[in-house]
Design a protein around this ligand. Structure first.
Ligand code: AKB
Length: 317
């Protein structure tokens, strides 16, 4: 059985990816790691404290567990990145380069690294944004993800490192919270709605952004990693799409279940970040190369999240 290392296992994506990969490959074959202390159910012998910037201890963990596959999900996202741009650059870039070097030096079979719609910028065509187009991101997060994509392709072409990547849209899940993104409003809104609170939205009513429900994101990630090497034509990062909606759209979908839900619009500095990103994404390369098909639209996602959060609060009340 192959051995997998997840870096950033306490994060929004890492937490759910770790759980799914453990169901598939066995708990002991998926090593969870993070710079933060483990969440309760991750705290066991298969969790390692790992600072992705410390290459020596990163390499020791890879050797200790005889790792074959690495998912490096450690990143500073768009909104937080603007508060400390130099550190965001350092973590996002040096963390990636350390992973690519370790993959190369230790002959790791495959490595996964997430990119984002943040690689696009204000000059990018907004609707059905193509795989290859004008990029010009203007957040440090977007700049680091675009540079990272170029490094991924470079390591594949020059050194044969089998690195795979997806440009995620805003990811929405209820099991682990996102940390410091521009699309995070679309997670918080469900918690406020269920608590019967008014939701203050930091984006304008009509700001349309590409989004994806976590089960689709996990499926896409694992499908890309399972794909035959010869089917992968994009070695920078794949465009990926599921749905696009605005704060007004999501509020309306919540009101189908919670008719009294109220949203107020109080845009802040994140509005200009959102305004620089696409409305919708052309993901035909992912569909053609490895059969990508999303399952969730806005209505289905809203029903699923509210049902699950209600069940969960029932369990604890
Ligand atoms: C963010 O909002 O920064 C992230 C992303 C779109 O990559 N969710």
């Amino acid at each position: 059985m192959k051995k997998i290392l997840i870096i950033g296992a306490c994060g929004q994506l890492g937490y759910e990816l770790t759980a799914t990969l453990r169901q598939r490959y066995g708990h002991e074959n998926v090593i969870a790691s993070d710079i933060n202390a483990p969440k309760m159910d991750l705290a066991d012998d298969f969790f390692e404290h790992l600072d992705v910037l410390n290459k020596k201890s990163f390499g020791e963990i890879v050797d200790k567990h005889r790792i074959d596959e690495i998912y490096n999900l450690a990143a500073i996202l768009s909104a937080i990145g603007e508060k400390n741009p130099k550190f965001a650059w350092k973590l996002n870039m040096d963390g990636l380069i350390n992973s690519l070097d370790i993959a190369r030096e230790k002959k790791i079979n495959k490595i996964y690294w997430p990119s984002s719609i943040a690689t696009f910028g204000p000059d990018t065509p907004r609707d059905l944004t193509p795989q290859n187009t004008i990029m010009n991101p203007n957040t440090v997060y977007g700049i680091s993800k675009l540079a990272g994509e170029r490094w991924c392709e470079y390591y594949f072409l020059k050194y044969g490192v089998d690195v795979r990547s997806i440009r995620y849209p805003g990811l929405i899940g209820y099991k682990a919270m996102p940390g410091g993104g521009t699309t995070d409003y679309a997670v918080d809104i469900y918690f406020k709605a269920l608590a019967g609170q008014v939701f203050d939205c930091f984006l304008e009513k009509d700001t349309l952004l590409p989004m994806m429900y976590m089960p689709d994101a996990i499926k896409a990630t694992i499908d890309l990693m399972d794909a035959e090497k010869t089917n992968i034509s994009v070695r920078s990062s794949y465009n990926l799409a599921a749905m696009s909606f605005s704060p007004d759209d999501i509020a309306k979908s919540i009101r189908c279940h919670l008719p009294d839900f109220t949203i107020r619009y109080k845009p802040d500095f994140r509005q200009s970040i959102a305004d620089s990103w696409p409305n919708s994404i052309d993901d035909s390369a992912a569909r053609e190369d490895w059969g990508w098909q999303p399952e969730f639209n806005l209505e289905k996602m809203t029903r699923d999240i509210l049902d699950n959060l209600k069940k969960r609060s029932g369990q604890f009340s």
